[in-house]
Design a protein around this ligand. Sequence first.
Ligand code: ZN
Length: 498
Amino acid sequence: MRFAVGAMLFEGNTFSPVLMDRADFAAKYLHEGDEVLTRLAGTGTEIGGAIAEAARHGDELVPLIATHGGAGGRVRRAFTATLIELLINRIIDLGTIDGIYIALHGAFVSEDDVDVDGSLLRRLRALLPNTPLVVSCDLHAHITPDMIANCDALIGYKHYPHDDTFETGAKAMTLLRDIAIGILKPVLASCRIPLLAPAQHQRTRGDGPMVEVRALAESLAIGAVRDVSYFCVQPWIDAPGIGFTAVVTAHDDARRASDAARDVATAMWERRARFLVATHSARDAFRQARGANGLVVLVDAADCVGGGASGDSAAVLAALLTEAPDASAAIHLADPIGVAEAEAIGVGKRGHFAIGNRRDPSYGAPLQVEAEIVKLFDGHFVYSGGLMRGVSAAMGRSAVLRVGAIDLLLTSNACYEYADEAFLASGIDARSKRFIVVKNPMNYQQAYREAAASYVLETPGPTTPKLDLLSWCHAPRELFPVSDKAALRYEQFVSARR
Ligand SMILES: [Zn+2]
């Protein structure tokens, strides 16, 4: 059989001022045509999984485009249009195919569209109304009616941290093949509830509320129910209809699909209070840290690059210099201007720097420090795991500065991290420090398991776990935990075309 495959992933954040363009996508991956297959075969990406599954059956894959822009605020209008045209033009030239698989994040936000994924799928469906179309999304997708109505099956990653992108791509291909040969007559059912869950307690392994929701979803995925997915949503998209959504793909059974979606949504609602996050002022965190024997992780979750923030907040660096000036620490910021200044001064010399706080006005003015330049290098690494496993990332020109006892890594590009790739690439021995500053809500929990303590700090930024602090305009009014009037309400939708 002959299937077309493509990927167009980006995680938007409408509270972030960071505008994304071609270079931001190219810094992760941006492949066209045959490159999609040659560059992504053997990686842990969805396309890597699709390639392996197609090979198992001897099916031919026709590559479209594949790109992952990571996360940011919105993508520039012109570049969004370019990506869609590249993908659509290849589809027009395809000839006869048996189906299409598209990997999306499901939260692609451009300057003028908060549902680029839905708009793309609507165009694909209009172009090839009778061709099976299967879509996969990140667990943090914002699932919209346009997405459900314009594909035959829609599945998500089952794990967070995301380490099953390969398996997701393989499963999408299995479903696509079954639809194409006629043994799966897909019914797609979704159930949305007015709930946003901060990411900190969404781990799907070990214990916690999301482990229980995952187990329920798994138990419901039997017989005619081919997939039960749960989309927690990237909780920083101020759009109508935002909320946790369960999506079920079943064979010819709308009732079972709808019931399963509703059961998963209900389970999530019942656990909602357990997703809330305890945060600490910097002063409180440093006071408590005195009782911790060993490595302490300071979590600047509000400036999470993987959630769309700029990654250049100097808030925790300022707190370290004020509250624990003699303690050793490792911290990483995106700061191309600081890197350029360090290059102008040279290794082994000292200089005055204005650090960070440039891309997001809510962070205030850059922080003035005096520092020694320890190292200059061209930063890149290959992801050791997760949704980018095997893919290389470009940090760009980078510098290690020493500010008192603090090792400060400055990189030109802000990079999402699966574990501790940036510190490793810089040569900073972060684990030998008293404090490590991380800028993510989840991945540090597995990267620094040995830490004696960790504190989620009350810092400014568009990826704060305190969702009630953000200014919501377009989201539903009574949304947990933003409104204290939030109440359970199901919005269910069923789509069956074949
Ligand atoms: Zn995600």
